[in-house]
Design a protein around this ligand. Structure first.
Ligand SMILES: [Zn+2]
Length: 353
């Protein structure tokens, strides 16, 4: 059965007609230089009705991988047959992006400033604009992040798995580790959930760098969610993926200061008390072992080999003795996930790889 024709999508006072693709610049404020600052949004309005999905990146201005993920998604030829509306905001924190910084010029963290207010700080105003112009008009969302500066994240999803729709999106994204995130933290995701818009967060790679595996997993993930929401064509039934679900995670801190040598790779399954790294002094004659505090999977780590006592070294998702964890991680790192389940058309699309 054909879906009904789509209606125009209105954003920033501009109506985007079914079948139209348009960039809309939403005014944020003027810079101290008198230069107007805008948050730019591209809207692709399908000819047929369906969900409206936003995909946002660089909420933390130095987490730039998502900009590349969005660029590749926008090249997909399958978007010609889009059902519903895709709304992309490649650079949310426009201030941090040009300054290569996570924060706003006043050092506030935009992802702790939601829901914000039109009379609040600059971060609060930007948060409010995003909620009013993007979240209010969408039915679903994906927010793309990376590790903070000097830290790298293994591809993972954070979502509130108590919400069945967010849970479905998390499963269709296709990365192996999902962290059940339920805390109230002033984030975009939490503010959207309070407006009944399910949002999942993708974390992969590191700040100020492009990590090809994380970018490919992100592109594949956005496409996977769009297919699960019936926004893109699906020739074969979607198979439910096996996921590693963690209810919590923990940072392993340096037991001593010195020079760090890691002995585990990202995405490794580790056992409690397993050796993760050694820290030695600069002469190499005094050495301390860093041990895993619990069973889990290494989902993040520092890139700096120089550490002070108390620095966060490894981020471990607590997954206990779950069976099949190693197999799921292996099949992801061997690249099986990139090919599995793609329609011929999407798999052939040169921009997906
Ligand atoms: Zn971030």
């Amino acid at each position: 059965m054909a879906s009904p024709r789509a209606k125009p999508f209105i954003i920033g006072g501009t109506a985007i007609q079914p079948g139209e693709r348009r960039i809309v610049d939403l005014p944020v404020t003027d810079l101290s230089t008198h230069t107007p600052m805008t948050m730019s949004v591209q809207v692709i309005c399908g000819r047929r009705a369906g969900p409206s999905l936003f995909v946002s990146a660089a909420v933390h201005g130095d987490e730039i991988s998502g900009v590349e993920i969005i660029r590749r998604v926008l090249k997909l030829s399958a978007l010609r047959r889009l059902h519903g509306t895709l709304v992309v905001v490649p650079i949310v924190n426009v201030f941090g992006f040009i300054a290569l910084s996570r924060y706003l010029p006043d050092r506030r963290d935009l992802n702790r400033s939601f829901p914000g207010s039109p009379r609040g700080s600059l971060a609060g105003r930007l948060a409010h604009l995003f909620l009013r112009e993007i979240v209010d008009k969408c039915t679903h969302g994906i927010d793309l992040h990376t590790g903070a500066v000097h830290r790298v994240n293994y591809p993972q999803i954070r979502a509130n798995l108590d919400d069945p729709e967010a849970s479905r999106m998390a499963a269709s994204f296709g990365v192996p580790v999902v962290i059940n995130a339920t805390q109230r933290d002033g984030s975009l995701r939490q503010a959207a959930i309070e407006q009944n818009v399910p949002v999942i967060v993708y974390e992969g790679g590191e700040a100020l760098r492009f990590d090809e595996m994380s970018i490919r997993a992100g592109v594949k993930g956005v496409v996977g969610v769009m297919r699960a929401l019936n926004m893109l064509p699906t020739k074969q039934a979607l198979k439910p993926r096996k996921l590693i679900i963690a209810q919590s995670s923990t940072w392993v801190r340096a037991p001593a200061s010195g020079i760090l040598r890691a002995t585990v790779a990202m995405g490794s399954q580790v056992r409690e008390k397993e050796c993760l790294a050694h820290i030695s002094n600069s002469f190499g004659d005094h050495e301390v072992e860093v041990q895993a505090p619990c069973d889990g999977v290494v989902i993040g780590r520092t890139n700096l080999p120089l550490v002070h006592e108390g620095d966060g070294l490894f981020h471990i998702a607590r997954v206990g003795e779950a069976k099949g964890v190693a197999k799921i991680l292996d099949s992801f790192s061997s690249g099986e996930h990139y090919a599995e389940g793609l329609t011929a058309e999407l798999a052939d699309d040169p921009h997906l790889s």
